[in-house]
Ligand binder design. Structure first.
Ligand SMILES: [Zn+2]
Length: 297
């Protein structure tokens, strides 16, 4: 077992391992200081194990597995090891959405993401539901604000937002009914005549942590999205604490297929859609070294 204030060769080995995997344990000096502890916590969080900063048997074995995987990847360069410039660039394509209030009737996604979206839209439309939109691709020149992540999947055409006003306002009428899922995640249901009759514990911007049972016929949009490679994101912590309603993020879905945990960088992804001369000097490019599943999610 290794923890804060320990020292010796085992700590040094731990620091070297963490660094090899892309974490920052501080100096490789064999002293388990705060930086090493922070790196251990980051590693534990990325691996989904209990994050206490202590290297016990579980963390040790997960660490060894991660190292083995890392070494194997180094030894067998597959197509993923090609430098991004040599990969095929994917165009942005236009997709349709159902207008709702001031929402869009069309927006842009990366080509492969657009195909996945179209498949979801087909099923939703078939069931009699609507897919509203507050946008997809975000331009490199878009203003950065507190509610916008600097490494947003929107920059790479991998994310879409349903219309932010099409849910959590009036659950009895909105196109979407939004319910709490585990761990600050949401589950979004599309109101659809061809859906399943059910009761949903609906949340609203106003009530936040209190839900109200809403009956209707719905299609489980979160599951439909997940089946095509899209993932929901969590509400910002501030939202649960009564902060700005824009922190709810129930409307956001991002396509995570093809991203390699601890390997793909935000820069790799920007280069899948933009030539380097176009993105160099733009704000997102400053964050190009962020790594998926490590310090970029
Ligand atoms: Zn979004």
């Amino acid at each position: 077992m290794l923890r804060l204030d320990d020292n010796g060769n085992d700590v040094r080995t731990l620091q070297e391992s963490l660094r090899m995997l892309g974490y920052r344990p501080g100096k490789l000096d064999g002293d388990f200081g705060e930086k090493t502890e922070a790196a251990v916590i980051q590693f534990q969080e990325a691996e989904g194990i209990y994050a206490d900063g202590i290297v016990g048997p579980v963390t040790q074995s997960v660490l060894e597995d991660a190292l083995k995987e890392f070494i194997l990847e180094q030894q067998s360069p597959g197509p993923d090891s090609l430098v991004p410039q040599e990969r095929e660039r994917l165009p942005f394509v236009r997709v349709d959405a159902d207008v709702y209030r001031d929402g869009y009737d069309r927006f842009f996604l990366r080509e492969d993401v657009a195909h996945a979206y179209e498949r979801v839209r087909e099923r939703v439309t078939e069931a009699g539901g609507r897919l509203t939109s507050s946008g997809g691709r975000r331009l490199l020149s878009a203003r950065v604000s507190p509610s916008r992540s600097v490494t947003s999947f929107h920059y790479t055409g991998r994310a879409l937002d349903l219309h932010v006003g099409s849910g959590m306002e009036s659950p009895a009428r909105d196109p979407y009914v939004v319910a709490r899922d585990d761990d600050r995640f949401w589950r979004v249901y599309v109101r659809a005549d061809g859906g399943v009759a059910m009761e949903v514990e609906a949340c609203t911007y106003r009530s936040r942590n209190r839900s109200r049972v809403t009956e209707g016929r719905f299609l489980d949009l979160t599951t439909e999205m997940e089946n095509e490679g899209f993932k929901p994101i969590r509400a910002r912590r501030s939202f649960d604490l009564g902060g700005h309603w824009l922190g709810a993020e129930w409307w956001h879905f991002q396509y995570e297929k093809g991203l390699k945990a601890k390997k793909t960088t935000f820069g790799d992804e920007l280069l899948r859609v933009y030539p380097e001369e176009t993105i160099r000097g733009t704000p997102p490019w400053n964050y190009r070294s962020r790594i998926y599943g490590l310090n970029w999610s």
